[in-house]
Design a binder for this molecule. Structure first.
Ligand code: IVH
Length: 677
């Protein structure tokens, strides 16, 4: 038997936990850390385990869901849950207000105005302040008993905080999913390979209609009350606005975005205000609701058929519409990303006519099961690019066909690749592709790349648009005359720019590699690559395995580099750059600096430009190396001069490290340094 002290502790814990739920889920202003909440929760759980006879349905521990049902029981609503008539234009609102004035004989009407939540209507029954049951709207007369699921929604109070609660009170409102919870849910569905929900409303409906309340508990549903259906054994205030304030005092979540306004002007002003705020709200709304504020007047005005005459919903333009997907085009972005774009039969969405919608990437198309020719649901929220959210499979035409990602870039014809771990397919013609032109030039000229002072985004735009520059090599062909013809380009700044371009010609290999804009090759990787290979040609010839020898270069980076240099268009631009005089000092690659020269076998072929063969031999031997007359597997280095012979070919076949004269001299001086130091 539990002592009085235990019973008091249990009840105090329940009260505290519900208070913290309220702070967190209703006020969005938590008072304690999650850890502290968990501590209280576990203490209560432990006590309830010890004294199971004290467990009650309104205990916060019961919010995590219980046993699964086989079906929902039907419940008949004590007072029917009616629907609202809709207004789609200002004129219809003016007509509504006129009808209300005529029916009430008042010159101006006071209205309570609030968001029209885009969720599911439910009814909650509290007896003596305790939540006893909850049901969906159903057909308005009979709904389904979803009490177990509603208990898991932490914004719904399990007990009302008031001293003398009415004997029985029915509160009505909307269950919905916050946009942030919806995004998180879909992310998790995607990760688990499960079907994503088309919108927060569908996600909320799917989550509330789970037979297993433990699933509902994980979905993070939310609730807003918008009215009281019935109140026995209690007195309610005289206006809707005051009733809502009262609900708030009882810790019932109500929307902050509600107001009381006068006349039709007040209604329309509220409509505009909420329309502007719509996208920044934490939840979806599909319009606003106007209600005569005076409850006695509401009853006098009464109902027509199944809808009240004292209230109306003023709808926003729908953010979703169904239309046919005529084709899928591919757009190339500034970074070379290929985005499939749906060409649609024109349809009004979110107040504008939409003919295109993004499909994001290939995987999205597969995941959503979109075929060309399908009827699709398109969503446009605010200024966001319209997107295809789902397919109406029941309307699929017989000739619907699959989309295939092109293998070459639709803009420049370069190869298209998808790197491991990336959802996006990209054009590899980074330096060449017109779609990527401006971005590539901007990157090439940027401070950490070739550092062309004065060549900013605006100027690049002008140069490209005037057809003067198509790729980085064209920069080195610019003349004063063509520059001064550009808008806002004085002779002085033109010659400054030319000087900066000229100056950029002498750079470092690391900067040059970085400037190429190879995907995944940032400044540091460029430095590592330059240090390792010493020569651009060696790096360009390296395969994936060789590239992965470079510290910090993994599979993704190596693949990206190989793909970049496999694109003939990029090689052309690189040759043009070198021909234009872009140059750098070459260094001894780390890859050949395996210890000193001592013990290494050299072969010399071809004529060296500055040192004689016997000099080279003497230097090698002085440092403890050997010079051999023929290339074999034992050869470590082949020193290659002009017009090399068959030894050069053999060395290449055997994959022996080749050195030119500069690299050889650097290697000698480094080895000297090693010996001296
Ligand atoms: S009042 C008698 N207020 O709209 C009218 N309904 O078509 C009772 N809804 O099923 C409804 N936000 O789910 C009211 N602020 C709001 C609402 C709202 C959304 C939904 C509700 C109802 C439908 C009416």
């Amino acid at each position: 038997m539990a002592s009085v002290a235990i019973k008091e502790r249990i009840s105090a814990l329940r009260e505290q936990l519900e208070y913290h739920n309220y702070r967190y889920y209703v006020l969005d202003a938590p008072e304690v850390s999650d850890a502290e909440y968990d501590r209280l929760f576990r203490e209560l759980q432990a006590l309830e385990q010890q004294y199971p006879e004290l467990i009650i349905p309104v205990s916060p521990t019961q919010r995590i869901g219980g046993t699964a049902l086989t079906e929902f029981t039907q419940v008949t609503h004590t007072t029917p849950m009616l629907s609202l008539n809709n207004a789609f234009s200002d004129d219809e609102v003016v007509a509504f207000d006129r009808r209300v004035r005529e029916a009430s004989d008042l010159p101006t009407i006071e209205y309570a105005v609030e968001p029209k939540f885009d969720g599911l209507a439910i009814s909650l029954v509290y007896e003596n302040g305790q939540l006893v049951s909850g049901a969906t709207r159903g057909d308005g007369y009979v709904g389904e008993d979803v009490t177990a699921n509603l208990r898991t929604i932490r914004a719904i109070p399990l007990s009302l905080t008031l001293a003398n609660p009415p004997a029985r009170m029915e509160i009505r409102g909307e269950v919905l999913m916050l946009k942030s919870d919806f995004a998180a849910l879909n992310r998790s569905q995607r990760e688990q390979g499960l079907k994503e929900f088309a919108n927060p409303r569908n996600a909320a409906a799917g989550s509330l209609r789970q037979l297993d309340s433990r699933i509902t508990a994980t979905r993070g549903l939310h609730f807003f009350a918008y009215g009281v259906g019935q109140c026995e054994g209690g007195v309610l205030p005289a206006t809707h606005g005051e009733v809502m304030n009262q609900l708030m005092v009882w810790h019932m979540p109500v929307a902050q975005e509600r107001a009381v306004v006068q006349g039709v002007d007040g209604l329309l002003a509220y409509y505009r205000q909420m329309g502007a705020a719509r996208d920044s709200l934490a939840f979806d709304i599909d319009g606003v609701v106007y209600k005569v504020n005076d409850l006695a007047l509401q009853q006098r005005i009464g109902y027509v058929a199944r809808a009240p005459r004292f209230a109306i919903a003023h709808k926003f333009p729908a953010q979703e519409a169904t239309t046919q997907l005529l084709d899928i085009d591919v757009q190339v972005g500034r970074t070379g990303a290929l985005t499939p774009v749906a060409r649609l039969a024109p349809v009004a969405v979110g107040g504008v006519t939409v003919t295109n919608a993004t499909l994001h990437n290939e995987d999205e198309i597969r995941r959503k099961g979109v075929l060309i020719g399908d009827w699709v649901n398109v969503r446009r929220a605010g200024d966001v690019i319209p997107e295809v959210v789902s397919v109406v499979t029941s309307r699929r035409p017989q000739d619907a066909r699959e989309f295939v990602m092109p293998v070459v870039c639709p803009v420049c014809g370069s190869h298209v690749v998808r790197l491991p771990d990336e959802a996006v397919a990209r054009c590899t013609g980074g330096l060449f592709c017109p779609a990527q032109r401006k971005q590539a030039l901007w990157h090439f000229a940027s401070r950490r790349a070739l550092d062309i002072d004065g060549l900013g985004e605006k100027l690049i735009e002008q140069l490209v648009d005037a057809g003067l520059v198509n790729n980085p090599a064209d920069l080195y062909r610019l003349g004063l005359l063509s520059l001064v013809n550009l808008e806002r380009m004085a002779e002085k700044s033109a010659s400054n720019l030319l000087a900066a371009i000229e100056h950029s010609k002498h750079t470092t290999l690391a900067r040059f590699i970085y400037a190429l804009g190879i995907r995944h090759v940032g400044e540091q990787t460029a430095k590592d690559l330059a240090r390792y290979f010493g020569k651009l040609e060696t790096m360009m010839a390296a395969d994936e395995t060789q590239l992965q020898q470079v510290p910090e270069v993994g599979e993704v980076v190596a693949k990206s580099i190989v793909q970049f240099f496999a694109e003939p268009h990029n090689l052309t631009v690189i040759s043009l750059l070198r021909a234009a005089g872009v140059c750098w000092d070459e260094t001894v690659p780390v890859s050949v600096k395996h210890g000193s020269i001592a013990g290494k076998v050299f072969v010399i072929t071809g004529a060296l430009p500055h040192i004689r063969r016997d000099e080279a031999t003497a230097k090698i031997e002085a440092l403890g190396g050997k010079v051999s007359g023929s290339v074999s597997k034992k050869t470590d280095f082949v020193l290659v001069g002009a017009e090399p012979g068959s030894k050069f070919i053999k060395a290449q076949e055997l994959g022996i490290t080749l050195l030119d004269e500069d690299q050889f001299i650097n290697l000698i001086s480094e080895s000297n340094g090693e010996r001296d130091g």
